[in-house]
Structures are given as structure tokens and as C-alpha cells.
Design a protein around this ligand. Sequence first.
Ligand code: 4PW
Length: 383
Amino acid sequence: MATKPIRIGLVGYGFMGRTHSNAYSQLAHFFDTDHYPVRQAVCGRDEEKVKAFAEKWGFESYETDWRELVKRDDIDAIDICTPNNSHAEIALECIKHGKMILCEKPLALNGEQGEAMVKAVEESGLPNLVWYNYRFLPAVTHAKNIVDAGELGRVFHYRANFLQDWTISEELPQGGAGLWRLDAKEAGSGVTGDLLAHCIDTARWINGNIVSVSAMTETFIKERVHTETGEKQEVTIDDAAAFLARFENGSLAIFESTRYARGHKALYTFEINGEDKSLFWDLHDLNRLSYFDHGVPSDRRGWSSIHCSDGDQPYAGNWWVPGLCLGYEHSFTHALYEFFKDLDDPQKEKRYPDFRDALGTQYVCDAVLESAKTKQWVDVKQS
Ligand code: 4PW
């Protein structure tokens, strides 16, 4: 029974502000938790736009300065949906004011910033989450459960990619409104922090720690016109990144992400090969988990496709009836559910990524960028 309100202050109302607001509006309708989110306030610099967002998404009030928002006594949790270069500053201020934090991914610009955030949040004891949402799709969680049950046997390989094509045009401006992902000052990196970070989070969750990497990155278009200055400037992000990795469990991995894969808008796939079984998942068919079981007699053996919509699949029973599909947006509601259900029991094993967990992913991203620069294998710092 949801009796305990958690009053949310949302900072930023772009793409992620909408996905999170949708999750806040859905949670209590579909999941039973003691706590429930209240859309208390949203914050953005443009008063007209933030007011319109508040009205559209049912926030009770708005602010135009996040520093005012985090001070408010009627806010329990801050949701950080701003560009990556502001995550650390906002999070540290939230901690000073005793607010729990839900932070967009990646955790920070780099491991150093992330370490300060982890230290402060752990000293405060405040609950904290980083929105690596793909973990919470039923088929992905099912893959994790199958691996945790030891069904794959010894794991040999993990491979993942996240492919897009939206930055191929030379006409696309550098940075500016809505394009902060293209400016390393605001984003920290290009596809490494934006896309590979998702692949790394899922991989670490399912297959354990990554211990070393050997990477290459490329910036295909070297100069772009900046929206604000109108001048050409050097492009500082990685347009594409690929790396080899070794996991602590001895398995080998290959990861690739790019925004230059013509024809792909958001193709995220992963495959994991064990001695006894293999699993494959594809975001474009996100309700399915492909499954190969070597234990089946050879004349019946082959890849099968599990439609993860039955009531006994993770989260699925909370929604419609078996056979109907869930989508991208549900992953955020499920992330929120995992966070809310453990709020009174912080010792419980967490199914969601917290700051420390996300720091582990940040360290892998840092190692990828360093390896690409030095052309050497790099050992990954562990969180
Ligand atoms: O976090 C990622 C984004 O920055 C997303 O999951 C997909 O790629 C959608 O937008 C970008």
C-alpha cells in the first residue's frame, strides 16, 4: 500500500525529463510500493517552457534555478536530467541539503568527479540511483537471472553494440541547445559515455567486472560550426568507439558503438556465449530473448525465442496480459520500482545501479578513452 510520498524535484525537462516524468506518473498505477512519487516541482532556466512542462506533466510547481529547488523543504528527492557536466555539482549540493538523488547516466564527466560523488553520497547515507534503464526491460532482466542461476556454465564471450546514425551530416552544428551530446565540455565524451556506457552497465551487471580494455576511437568529422558563436571549432567527442575487454570471470568481450552506422537509429544488441547455453538480445525486438540450449537433443536443438511477456517474466505481470508488449518507456518505470521498493531497506541487495555501481562503468569508459589515446591495453580501476 503506497502511503509514503516522495516529493520529486526534477532538474531538466528534455528527452530524459519526459521519460522520467512518465515513470513517475505510471509507478503507483502498476506497482505496489510503500512509497510513491509526487511530482512536486520541475526546474529549467526558461520560465515559459518549464511552466508549460509542469502543466503538461502534472508537476505542482516550478523553479528556474536548481539551487533554489534543492533547498526547498517540500522536496525529498532530486532527479538530475541535465547535461553530464552538471551532474556532479548538482548532486553534491543535493547531498548538502539531504536530498536523495536519481541521476541520469553517465554518472559524471569522468571517474574523478564520480569518486567525489560516491564519497559524499555514501557518507550521507542518502539513497541514490543512476538511470541505466535497459537493465529493467523484462528480457534483459531475464537474461541476468538465467546467468545468475549458473545456467550458461562457464562464460566465454560477451559482445555488444549500440549503433546510431544521426551525426553523419557535416551540416550538423557543434553543441548548443539540444545538442550538448556533441560537445565534450558538456558531455565528457561522445559515444563512449552516451552509448557504450549502457552496454558496459548491462555487461557488468550480467557478466561481472571488466578488468582490462584495448580500444580505438575515431572522430570522423573534425570541425563543425558552433551554434552559438557561428564559428568553426574542433570536434572533441568520439564519433565511434570500439574495444576489446577481459572480464574478471575470464571471458572475452568485444564492444562497438557509433553514430555513423547508416540505417541504425538505436540498435543495441548483446550476446553472451557460455559452455552450455547462449543468449542474445536486440533492443529493436526488446520483448524477446533468444536462447540456445546445448542440452536439448541434437535433432531438436536450435535458437529459440522467448517472448518475455508472460506473467512470470520480470515486471511483465504488473502490466497487461500475456503476449502483449512492453516498450522502452517501461524500463524507466521498472528502474523506479526497484529504487522505491528498497527505500526503507538500504541493506537489501540492490537490483538498480547506484552511484558506486555507475562509478564502475565510468572507470571502464575512462579506460576506453585512455586506451584509445595511448594505443595500449589499460587496466580498469574497480569501484
Ligand atoms: O542514453 C542514450 C541517449 O543519450 C539512449 O539510451 C539512446 O541514445 C537514446 O538517446 C541516446
